[in-house]
Design a protein around this ligand. Structure first.
Ligand code: FAQ
Length: 329
């Protein structure tokens, strides 16, 4: 629809930029085309701001909700060394949410509004965190492969156009690469362990594979926002390109461990160099991202409880006179 040429905000076909000042819009697009960053005080189209808030907010929510499935394994981690590592990882994920909420706040939406939109179910967060982490192997698969998928996405987008988001992503990527090594170590340990450990990690992989395929978003044909986000360099790769990059990097590593993937069609086409796969169940994806996955209600209930229990602390910080407020009131 837009390509790289100048777009006219007065053309009724260009709904996403309707009403924008043509000269400002052109200067904005030239800045982006030149590879320069947009900063919070700079002029930006209404829709650029809206898209960034939507995406960064969803990303921040994904990090705090994402801490929950693995978090449930802290008390049951096999051994003190792994418990310490998992605690540090979960703490990092919550820290990523802090960085991302701060980046979204630069665009004018308050943290309180973002949290309210999360716990009321208005805002989305990543599909993958609506599935249960049934065994220790699930936590290993999440730390290896979900973190790997997140790195593919975040490394690309850290080269994008909005300064505060890119700087947050750069720092997040450094930490995620530790998570990935930790997750890989756990998976290798299980895959090369006893028969029972091997079966456990294979079972986890079988269950997590479809959500991982969903993780990169709908196919480019179905994606709603990719075109404008790529034009404005918020997204630096399309959903299908990120999925392909992930498959390219991780399927061979999974197969090297003697593990299998639950998709008979999965192979790399030697001519196109693209991976062929069975389309995951996109109806399930839609159900899960719209609130009807196996753990959506449980995840939001935990966040609601945290919001309620922390209310008196936030009140006391803003107004120390309120510090006598009874906890859980
Ligand atoms: N889950 O038009 P598109 C992590 C929605 S961080 C849920 O293609 P877009 C770290 C999408 O929002 C993981 N919803 O959308 C960690 C839209 O709905 P809307 C999170 C999804 O934005 C690891 C609709 O479908 N990462 O894992 C998903 O162009 C381990 C149409 O889709 C980010 O958020 C999905 N997977 O592309 C933590 C990165 N995919 O808003 C703990 C930033 C699509 O119109 C443990 N976000 N939807 O109602 C992005 O790069 C993009 O937003 C995409 C989606 C690529 C996720």
């Amino acid at each position: 629809m837009y390509g790289n040429a100048y777009i006219d905000p007065n053309d009724p076909k260009n709904k996403l930029i309707a009403g924008e000042d043509p000269a400002k819009l052109q200067a904005f697009e030239e800045t982006i085309l030149a590879g320069k960053k947009i900063e919070p005080q700079d002029w930006m189209p209404v829709n650029y701001r809206k898209q960034l808030v939507r995406m960064i907010e969803q990303h921040a929510h994904s990090e705090i909700i994402g801490a929950l499935p693995e978090g449930t394994w802290i008390t049951r981690a096999p051994g003190f060394r792994r418990k310490l590592a998992l605690m540090a990882k979960v703490q990092d994920e919550v820290g990523h949410a802090q960085l991302l909420y701060a980046a979204a706040e630069t665009l004018g939406k308050s943290r309180e509004d973002m949290i309210n939109d999360l716990i009321s179910g208005k805002s989305k967060y990543s599909n993958v965190f609506n599935y249960p982490a049934k065994t220790w192997a699930d936590s290993a698969v999440i730390a290896w492969l979900i973190d790997a998928g997140a790195i593919v996405n975040q490394l690309a987008n850290s080269k994008g156009s909005y300064g505060p988001y890119c700087r947050a992503l750069e720092r997040i990527c450094y930490e995620e690469s530790f998570h990935l090594k930790y997750g890989h170590d756990n998976v290798v340990h299980l895959a090369t362990g006893t028969k029972k450990q091997r079966a456990m990690v294979q079972d986890a992989l079988n269950r997590w594979w479809p959500p991982i395929m969903h993780f990169f978003g709908p196919s480019d044909k179905e994606s709603v926002h990719t075109e404008i986000l790529m034009r404005w360099k918020v997204k630096m790769a399309s959903n299908d390109d990120m999925r392909q990059q992930f498959l390219d990097m991780y399927v061979p590593k999974i197969w090297d461990l003697g593990l299998t993937l639950p998709d008979k069609k999965l192979r790399k086409n030697p001519e196109t160099k693209k991976w062929m796969y069975t389309e995951p169940d996109w109806d399930e994806f839609k159900r899960v991202i719209n609130g009807d996955g196996p753990c959506n209600a449980e995840r939001l209930a935990v966040r609601r409880m945290a919001e309620q229990r922390g209310r008196w602390v936030r009140k006391a910080i803003v107004n120390p006179k309120d510090s006598y407020v009874k906890p859980f009131a």
